[in-house]
Design a protein around this ligand. Structure first.
Ligand code: FAD
Length: 422
């Protein structure tokens, strides 16, 4: 069997590694000529880390990223609402990891190049594909800048892992469109700071319409007593219906959101200082896409952001792409034929990711921050007069079930050898 994968981002590269591990021939076609370490921080949930460790990537990942010890929600006044341990500290047999997205991309790219060699094709921008009468797929690739033809490739299966503006999705589901602007803007950046809280803490403060997420993402900085601190700000702006399409590399202007956080100087972290000392700020609009009703057409299917674009929330976009990769590789390796493999993949992953897309529109696990803001906008002395422990626990547990990383499911089938190697 020969599988063609469009897109050499997180999902495409992990799919190639998973297929290769099962002895299936996989080819990756990536649009850019020279993959570069782009982006800022990304957080990998334990179920995704389990898959990456089982691919033998624990060494570079653990040397590069930083294990998340705990996740805390704070009010806009910096008062604690909820704290829970994460990863190994929460009894998982594998860690949760924060890492620079570009470094993750390069770890995957180097591993794929080493294992798959010339089957990783850069400078191949997907243009179109057709299915032949005998059930094969033939895809055409062009130069992204000039549009000149580069190659034609044929295979048994075509997987579109070409990200948020997927050309494969446009081809398979032309009615899906560009999504609806939620009015929420998401700014991101990173700066070197002093370590805060445990030194490995992830925090969210505020409420969904005005929120900051902060976490360290570099083991190297941690070892030197510093923190390479990633931050993201969510802020509802009035753009009167207009938005520029999602682009992870678009620079933003901090004056648009800085005043809204000017007095967020908490005794455990000075947010305005962090935002101000950041060199490059990126902006990304939160666009809602309706979940697709179908991913697979004949021998072509979708994976990762191409299949389930979602609001960047709950550390899910990257982790779910990695889970898709495991599911499609397992299905292609075990089902009696390709059609039933693609059906099994879609039946497993489409409903699961649809639940997350819909939950993220309602703010996912961060819902508790809105509950506190609604009930006590001027702050509180005793949290439990505002929200009960049971409410907090229920929201946290429900989201882990929805996102598929409750401890029992993740730990199932993981031996202590994996925990030790992590
Ligand atoms: C440059 C960049 C920076 C990012 N920064 C962050 C970040 O800081 N934090 C965060 O949480 N998430 C970030 N993301 C998004 C995150 O990587 C994805 O949401 C997640 O990993 C899902 O992975 P994916 O493989 O579906 O998509 P992606 O990782 O986005 O990969 C898609 C790949 O497809 C390629 N591609 C696109 N069109 C074509 C085509 N027609 N033919 C061939 N290849 C094509 C792209 O070049 C890209 O390599 C970033 C994505 C990109 C591309």
């Amino acid at each position: 069997m020969k599988v063609l994968i469009v897109g050499g981002g997180i999902g495409g590269l992990v799919t190639a590694l998973e297929l290769h591990q099962r002895g299936i021939e996989a080819h990756v076609f990536e649009s850019v000529n020279e993959p570069a370490a782009l982006g800022v921080g990304i957080n990998l949930l334990p179920h995704a880390m389990k898959n990456l460790i089982q691919l033998g990537l624990q060494e570079p990942l653990m040397a590069t990223g930083i294990q998340t010890k705990d996740l805390s929600f704070f009010s806009k006044h910096g008062k604690l609402i909820w704290r829970e341990p994460r990863g190994l500290d929460a009894g998982y047999k594998v860690p949760q990891l924060s890492i620079h997205r570009g470094e993750l991309q390069m770890i995957l790219f180097r591993a794929a190049q080493k294992r798959l060699g010339a089957r990783i094709h850069t400078g191949h921008h997907f243009k179109d594909y057709r299915e032949t009468p005998d059930g094969r797929v033939v895809a055409t690739f062009v130069n992204r800048k000039t549009g000149a033809g580069v190659a034609e490739a044929d295979g048994d299966v075509l997987i579109g892992a070409d990200g948020i503006h997927s050309a494969m999705r446009a081809k398979l589901q032309p009615q899906a469109g560009a999504g609806v602007w939620s009015g929420m803007m998401f700014w991101r950046g990173a700066a070197v700071t002093e370590p805060f809280l445990s030194g490995r803490s992830m925090i969210m403060a505020g409420y969904p319409d005005r929120k900051v997420i902060v976490y360290p993402m570099s083991q190297r900085h941690f070892d030197q007593g510093q923190s390479l601190t990633n931050w993201a700000v969510d802020f509802m702006v009035d753009r009167s219906g207009h938005f520029n399409p999602e682009d992870w590399n678009r620079h933003g202007d901090r004056s648009e959101f800085l005043p809204a956080f000017a007095d967020w100087r908490f005794d455990w972290l000075d947010i305005p200082d962090l935002l101000q000392r950041t060199e490059t700020v990126y902006e990304y609009p939160c666009v809602d896409h309706e979940p697709l009703e179908r991913w697979t057409f004949g021998r072509a299917t979708l994976l990762g952001d191409a299949a389930h674009p979602m609001r960047p929330m709950g550390s899910n976009a990257g982790s779910q792409a990695i889970r898709d990769a495991r599911a499609i590789a397992d299905a292609l390796a075990s089902a009696p034929n390709i059609d039933s493999a693609l059906a099994a993949y879609e039946n497993e992953r489409r409903p699961a990711t649809t639940r997350i897309v819909l939950s993220n529109k309602l703010s996912g696990p961060e819902r508790v921050m809105q509950m506190v803001e609604d009930r006590a906008p001027n702050g509180f002395d005793d949290l439990h007069t505002v929200i009960t422990e049971k409410e907090l626990q229920t929201v946290a547990d429900d989201y882990k079930q929805i996102a598929g990383f409750d401890r029992e499911s993740v730990n199932a089938g993981v031996g202590d050898d994996l925990r030790r190697s992590a």
